[in-house]
Design a binder for this molecule. Sequence first.
Ligand SMILES: *[C@@H]1O[C@H](CO)[C@@H](O)[C@H](O)[C@H]1NC(C)=O
Ligand SMILES: CC(=O)N[C@H]1CO[C@H](CO)[C@@H](O)[C@@H]1O
Length: 411
Amino acid sequence: MGISKPSPLLSFLSVLALYFSFYTITPTSSASLQDQFINCLHKNTHVYFPLENTFFAPAKNVSMFSEVLESTAQNLRYLTKNMPKPGFIFKPLHESHVQASILCSKKLGIHFRVRSGGHDYEGLSYVSEMERPFIVMDLSKLRQVNINIKDNSAWVQAGATVGELYYRVIFNVAANNGSKTATTSYNSVFLGNKGALMKVMKKGFPELGLTLKDCVEMSWLESIVYISGFSSHTPTNVLLQGKSPFPKNGFKAKSDFVKKPIPESGLKEIFKKLLKEDIPMMIWNPYGGMMAKIPESQIPFPHRKGVIFKIQYVTSWPDSDKTSTRHINWIRDLYSFMTPYVSSNPRQAYVNYRDLDLGKNKKYASMKQAQAWGAKYFKGNFNRLMKIKSKVDPENFFRHEQSIPLMSVRG
Ligand SMILES: *[C@@H]1O[C@H](CO)[C@@H](O)[C@H](O)[C@H]1NC(C)=O
Ligand SMILES: CC(=O)N[C@H]1CO[C@H](CO)[C@@H](O)[C@@H]1O
């Protein structure tokens, strides 16, 4: 499917629907039909297709067959028992398999349905009520998306979903330097109505230029849904599913605490560095207020008085990107660059953004070595935590690369 892409974002998507209708000659059994089809495919493509990954038939494995049949079928009405089922499902791996399938179905007189994403209100891509037997060609293994920024085009294999396509387009446009910028966004929760917030902001932070229009009044629970990253108006019970709204990616994160404002020259350098990475992010959380009033030693979490904000650095990459080292090097370089602007002796870090770059326990955790990372997370509380650990788990049964070690040490 070819897409012309007016600048810089895709503005429309034309969906090419292909219909194949051929007539059935003498219906033979599905098994021999499949054998004939496979023989014919071999004669019409040079690209190998392992049968176990490409052919799914009830005779071979009915549960696997149903799983594949149901995989992208959205309308349960067309999955009931009395709906006709395909003799077999073929998943082409290569374009030549598609071409060969068409030739072979034609030659053998097999009625043929094609399925991509399954956005198909009447099940026509996997149910034939008008002709039997029939087979399904499922394009789910053909889902490549190639974006060409230079000539403003995107080539999309028909098995890709629109969501995948949009994701790749955004990813590619953002990853090309042409129009790349750093965006800052400001999220905060204020417990009160818009009017009360405007008064506070006018007095405390007029530079931000906040207006009534920037504020959305919502219940506290709705604010949790919003801050979690779900789209607006998502019902709050989405939280009960316990699932992240974000796609799963590879990622690496680090953290810092800042005690004096970062000068403009530092900010400029940070922006430059952000532009060098594909999907970078920095999250700054303001500290102070009530958090600063609680003594450092009250609970293990020690980042209190004197901290003006916390930084989380994150970089992420899609699973298809095999160059994780490049991304990890990028974040380590940024972290090193930040040294003069953040807390020191020890350089503090937030334990919930666990970072094994800071140090790791060996099999027998050494108190001295652990002090290097332990003080970053817990400051003076680390010694007390080790004392407690020694008392409640003297055998160090509960351990991992950054667990609190015992006071008494070996190795
Ligand atoms: C049939 O397919 C299922 C997956 O749906 C798999 O777990 C099972 O091992 C398969 N059985 C055989 C005999 O291959
Ligand atoms: C691929 C791309 O968009 N490259 C651009 C990177 O930035 C320079 C300078 O702004 C442009 O000249 C390139 O065309």
